[in-house]
Design a protein around this ligand. Structure first.
Ligand SMILES: [Ca+2]
Ligand SMILES: [Ca+2]
Ligand SMILES: [Ca+2]
Length: 244
């Protein structure tokens, strides 16, 4: 092998390594929709606050998490989130995780599998403070799964998935709150608010834990966000270069 080929091979290896490293740390991306914002008070650091208020359009809010590549339903092994119902209760089918499934391989969702958050089978009476759903994949709690958008049962378990779903591709998940219509969920005031953190899709966690201002980096904040020093944290805020 000539020197030139060795050098070319090395550079190619470096590029390949870079792509692999990126895929490890960016296997999913998230976005907020509706009435949703990043707030402190997460588990730990930041969380997404999602709110359904009958007097504030659009009366729903949520987080969308999209994998870099579709995940076959059969390969979806882990789905969980931490949640904290801060006002007033779970109920009215909210909050929930909705799994977007493509059943005809065109990359576009054909519907949602709804997965209720909270205690089965009524899905109201959520405990105060931070809770975790545990792994929802394989969950056989009564009524946890709703496959009605694919012709299945609206009140059943994970394993009762219709064939179109089990043969389908998962193109994303959303965690949504839209219970403002429910007096039980809102405490009667038309507002339901939930914090969510650590949305885990096949092992890749959405933590909402990027610093958004220099102040987040100061007074030791850089360490909490996982940087090796304050300068690298501020560099991330200024440039988006992530040296963690
Ligand atoms: Ca489709
Ligand atoms: Ca309320
Ligand atoms: Ca967090």
């Amino acid at each position: 092998m000539s020197i030139k080929k060795i050098v070319t091979g090395f550079v190619g290896g470096g590029v390949l390594f870079g792509v692999l490293a990126l895929s490890v740390f960016a296997a999913t991306t998230y976005s907020l929709f509706g009435d949703a914002t990043i707030v402190p008070g997460g588990n730990p650091l930041n969380a997404a606050q999602i709110r359904s208020d009958a007097t504030i359009a659009p009366s729903f809010g949520g987080v969308s998490v999209v994998p870099d590549a579709p995940i076959a339903w059969a390969d979806l092994a882990t789905l969980s989130t931490d949640y904290n119902v801060t006002d007033d209760n779970c109920g009215g089918g909210s909050p929930r995780v909705s799994i977007r499934v493509d059943t005809d391989n065109d990359g576009i969702s054909n519907g949602n599998v709804h997965v209720a958050i909270g205690p089965s089978p009524a899905f109201t009476g959520c405990a105060a403070g931070w809770q975790t759903t545990g792994n929802l994949i394989g969950n056989e709690d009564a009524g946890r799964y709703d496959y009605s958008q694919f012709g299945g049962s609206p009140f059943t378990t994970y394993s009762a998935a219709p064939a179109s779903v089990t043969a389908g591709q998962v193109i994303g998940v959303v965690v949504v709150v839209d219970g403002s219509w429910s007096a039980a969920a809102t405490g009667g005031d038309g507002e339901q608010t939930v914090l969510v953190d650590n949305i885990n899709l096949n092992g890749d966690a959405t933590t909402f834990d990027d610093p958004v201002s220099k102040d987040d980096c100061k007074n030791g904040g850089w360490e909490a966000y996982g940087f090796s020093n304050q300068g690298r944290c501020i560099q991330f805020v200024n440039t988006g270069i992530d040296s963690r």
